[in-house]
Design a protein around this ligand. Structure first.
Ligand code: TYD
Ligand code: MG
Length: 480
């Protein structure tokens, strides 16, 4: 080691600058994080140089083993009361796993985990519910609201992680069937680690210790983490590589529906979603989400199109609405709620150039009903048809669902798992599906639904919009 380094590590305490969004470290202050592009996010943080603080990381006696000699481990899954949650977890909770439930404050994380605790307790589990944010009375009030007696749930209001781990270790010694909830990771602090509770160093170190504890004891640990839209608090993003499972609990403030989304799962597939509704007495699972997202859908509505989207393995029918209005001044605006903004720009450009829709002086607003976010390109054609429907004041043909990705030349591209999507449309009584040209026949009953195949956006608009008065698509497309 160079002399200069030796001196600094033995001398006064050292400080580094840490990005509070992504955890990037820099020896000097930076105004702009080169990794996560956040502005003004670096905070000077003292680095603990005492080797004692990381003693716990090292264990002795671990030998490398040849993989072929390792017996296949089975993960006996712990089924939590909510079927939606079990599916998102990949079939239940794995013992010794660390699960992070992230979400904006007030979205319902504590409510979800208290309900999960009650269900686990009913299944003869012992639950340790640790809250660093709420007092026992606050949690008792919530439990009463949720009709939870609290039997089998041991509550501790504590924010020192050392004290929490001590309490958990002694509980574990008495009870083998323990499950732990930590609400929230940002409220926990560790002596000897730099920064206030919620700072990136504290959050990261606390999570590492919990991970270590969970693995050692075989107890499943669920932790909550707040994320804000501005990312003001050290976001769970920095913890994603430490924990086994990352679930995000999302929803719009105006909507009572909540979506639990898996973005990382070491024991199952990602991008699964579970849908809940927040009611007066807590969260209730939504068994038939397509029906919810379509509850206000009216077939004759202009600018409204239904798309069969896939969330993980699950098909969902969702309504996309679009409204185009002539902009009176300035450049036309594009507003995307629930769909990717850049994707909307792309679709608007393709519609203008390849399908002859004069959108350059039109404000375009696209909205996905129910507060769901659609990220897959398979919904492109649905967005395009909704925009065209509003622009031409012409509704789409009756009983239609739409799928397909749009290319820059206006061509339509196939989408994955068409059968599953079409089957869901059939289940909900839709009569036809507008889609890109199929390469092979679908293995489903073609009598139940009419498949309308198109190779370009212009053709799809011609086929998908009803030929009522005012429909000028055909002539516009011909001109282009
Ligand atoms: P909470 O679980 O405290 O959110 P988080 O832990 O993510 O910050 O949920 C808070 C919101 O949920 C609060 O605004 C009230 C609402 N709520 C209900 O609508 N019904 C209920 O039964 C409960 C317990 C909460
Ligand atoms: Mg909470």
């Amino acid at each position: 080691m160079p002399k200069a380094n030796l001196r600094s590590s033995q001398g006064k305490s050292k400080t580094v600058f840490v990005c509070q969004q992504c955890g990037k470290e820099s020896p000097k202050w930076l105004g702009h994080c080169p990794d996560c592009q956040a502005w003004n996010s670096f905070v000077e943080t003292a680095v603990s140089l005492s080797p004692a603080s990381s003693d716990w990381l090292y264990s002795t006696g671990n030998k490398a083993q040849e993989l072929s000699h390792v017996a296949k481990a089975t993960f006996p899954r712990l089924h939590l009361g909510f079927a939606e949650l079990n599916r998102v977890l990949g079939g239940g909770l794995v013992p010794g796993s660390l699960v992070l439930v992230g979400g904006e404050p007030g979205i319902g994380k504590s409510t979800l985990l208290l309900q999960v605790s009650a269900m686990a307790a009913r299944n003869s589990r012992v639950v340790a519910y640790i809250s660093g944010e709420e007092s026992i009375n606050q949690v008792k009030l919530r439990a009463e609201r949720l009709n939870i007696s609290g039997e089998g749930i041991y509550f501790l209001s504590e924010s020192s992680l050392a004290a929490v781990l001590e309490c958990l270790t002694s509980l574990r010694a008495e009870r083998s069937n323990l499950m732990v909830i930590i609400d929230s990771i940002q409220a926990m602090y560790l002596e000897g680690v730099a920064g206030a509770p919620g700072s990136i160093a504290q959050v990261r170190e606390s999570t590492l210790r919990l991970e270590h504890w969970a693995k050692q004891s075989g107890v499943p640990v669920l932790i909550t983490g707040h994320v804000t839209k501005e990312g003001a608090i050290a976001g769970p993003g920095t913890l994603e590589h430490i924990v086994d499972v990352v679930l995000y609990f999302e929803g719009e403030p105006f909507s009572s529906y909540r979506v639990l989304r898996s973005v990382k799962n070491r024991f199952g597939s990602t991008n699964e979603i579970g849908i809940f509704e927040m009611g007066d007495s807590g969260l209730v699972e939504v068994d038939n989400p397509s029906q919810i997202f379509l509850s206000a859908y009216k077939e004759e509505a202009i600018g409204s199109v239904v798309v069969p989207t896939l969330e993980g393995s699950r098909p969902l029918l969702v309504e996309i609405q679009a409204l185009t209005t002539t902009s009176n001044f300035g450049p036309p605006r594009r507003i995307a709620n629930g769909v990717d903004f850049n994707r909307l720009l792309l679709i608007a450009a393709v519609l203008t150039k390849r399908a002859g829709l004069k959108l350059f002086n039109q404000d375009i607003i696209v909205n996905v009903t129910g507060g769901l976010k659609l990220n897959e390109p398979a919904v492109d054609l649905g967005i395009a048809l909704a925009i065209a429907s509003s622009f031409h004041d012409s509704k789409s043909i009756s009983g239609l669902v739409v799928l397909g990705e749009i290319g820059l030349n206006g061509e339509l591209r196939g989408v994955p798992r068409v059968e599953r999507r079409v089957a869901e449309a059939i289940r909900l009584g839709f009569k036809s599906c507008l889609m890109p040209k199929l390469k092979s026949k679908l293995s489903l009953d073609h009598a139940e639904i009419q498949l309308i195949e198109a190779s370009s956006v212009a053709e799809a608009l011609r086929l998908g919009l009803s030929k009522s008065k005012g429909n000028v698509i055909a002539s516009a497309a011909k001109q282009s």
